[in-house]
Design a protein. Sequence first.
Length: 202
Amino acid sequence: MSESNAASVVKMTITDSAQDYLAELLGKQDDVIGVRVFITQPGTPKAETCIAYCREGDGNDSDVQIAYPKFNAYFESRSVPFLEDALIDYSKDRMGGQLTIKAPNARLPRVSDDSPIEDRINYVLYNEVNPSLAAHGGEVSLVEVTEDKTAILKFGGGCQGCGMADVTLKEGVEKTLLEQIPELSGVRDMTDHSNTDNAYFK
């Protein structure tokens, strides 16, 4: 991807002061090739925008690379749609200074048929499944998708240790996910249900 195309794809601003600050930090490291920007659990209420040192082998071939005047930045391709209107800024204060990251769209669900399977699962969990579980003080989150397309889930809140969790998983969560994401082969629960401290049904 050419430099101009990459810049048009990543609609994020890194201010001059933030660029100077990041370049200063990178200058103190021996083995870094730039910074990497990514969002964990993008499109969900738990989304967190992260910036980290990028070393050889840290990134993915699909990362979008932009060369800033003093360093290279690598943007995780999966995170790029959620970084629209995001801002990395640095402001000095009496304690030295602070780097801030604002990503107003990080938690907005942005999914299509072409979105990664993880994003589509999270969309269903957070918009259809969790509102129902919330009535019981519970929630479910995606841990990973295995190579054979099995979704590994973890229950929390009132669902952890709940005697009805197996029924909830099979009748509710799994059925909903398999209907909406046909390429999924199955759903598995990795929650430790022996801990019944917060369980809704014991």
